[in-house]
Ligand binder design. Structure first.
Ligand SMILES: NC(=O)C[C@H](N)C(=O)O
Length: 332
């Protein structure tokens, strides 16, 4: 029996056409399917239009719309492909990894750098591969681009124009397409264990701060005044922050004592941070911050938005970060 796959369209370049204001989403799911029909005849296909947005406009409210639709539909299909703009696709894929734990089918995000209607478009390849992954029976939230499939919570957009626009950071790819077909890496994927739940409560009061030499710690007082509940800091190297001239350590103590959850990561894209190595890192560990380890900033931000939606208790937020929920973190 052929696999039954649902295409959920949300807009993005893949569906875009030129307008007087620049490229904007135009094609719906049915049009996307009809254009690629010869490549996906082996599947039973249906489509639904969820949104029609450039992904720069896709925010936590839209993550909820998309997650709820996936949850409502997942029992009727072998897999779901979600077409999405590339700019924030990694954020949405990561957020859904936390919002839909134990999803029993493959849910595969894809998009393109050039509209499907363009003769040189990369959309064909990306859609073909996304459908193959959606038909694989491998449960989870994935992002498929340029013949590679990442876990949704490990993907990062790394190029503005190149077709090789996404990488799986600090984790091997979940699957690759080569002359042997779609090859799943069994060390990355995991079986669904338990019942799928929709955990869709979110709290957007989260900010990501990239430190620069000379960064003024008083900004944190401003964030306290603005009612922020979560801060992700991209610190230096393996894990360091300045405490001479401008003392980030005592300021972060004040912030954590006020009940704000602070997650510290590295501004290096690759490899894990470890704030216990240098004095410039260790001092803040004593102040109650949470280590992001090898999580990407995209995963840290989306996990914090999700975790703060689940609980008011900073200890519970910390417990979420000390747990590998979807493959987003390596704990050893
Ligand atoms: N390639 C793309 O899809 C970029 C587009 N601006 C979007 O994210 O919606």
């Amino acid at each position: 029996m052929s696999k039954k796959i649902l295409l959920l369209s949300t807009g993005g370049t893949i569906a875009s056409a030129p307008t007087e204001h620049g490229l904007a989403p135009a094609a719906d799911g049915r049009e996307l399917l009809s254009r690629i029909a010869p490549s996906v005849q082996q599947y039973q296909l249906e489509s639904e239009d969820v949104l029609n947005l450039d992904s720069s406009n896709i925010q936590p409210e839209e993550w909820q719309v998309i997650a709820r639709r996936v949850y409502q539909r997942h029992l009727g299909y072998d897999g779901i492909v979600i077409t999405h703009g590339t700019d924030t696709m990694a954020y949405t894929a990561s957020a859904l990894s936390f919002m839909l734990p134990q999803i029993p089918i493959p849910v595969v995000f894809t998009g393109s750098q050039l509209p499907l209607a363009d003769p040189l478009s990369d959309a064909w390849e990306n859609l073909r591969d996304a459908f193959a992954m959606a038909a694989s029976g491998q449960p989870g939230i994935f992002l498929c681009f340029n013949r590679k499939v990442s876990l949704g919570c490990r993907a990062v957009k790394v190029r503005t124009t190149g077709f090789d626009a996404f990488e799986s950071v600090n984790c091997p790819y979940a699957a690759k397409v080569d002359s042997r077909g779609l090859r799943i890496n069994p060390s990355v994927v995991r079986p669904a264990a338990g019942l799928c739940q929709l955990k869709d409560q979110l709290d957007c009061r989260v900010i990501l701060i990239k430190l620069t030499p000379g960064f003024n710690p008083d900004i944190f007082d401003m964030l306290l005044g603005m009612d922020y509940r979560g801060i992700v800091i991209e610190a230096f190297g393996i894990g360091g922050l300045h405490f001479i001239h401008r003392d980030l350590v005592s300021k972060l103590q004040k912030v954590t004592e006020a009940g704000i959850s602070v997650v510290v990561c590295s501004q290096c894209l690759y490899e894990a941070s470890d704030f216990s190595v240098y004095e410039t890192g260790k001092r803040i560990l004593e102040k109650g911050v949470i280590q992001g380890r090898d999580m990407t900033s995209v995963a840290a931000v989306t996990k914090l938005i999700w975790a703060l939606g689940q609980t008011q208790d900073p200890a519970q937020v910390r417990a979420f970060f000390e747990t590998d929920l979807a493959g987003e973190i390596t704990l050893d």
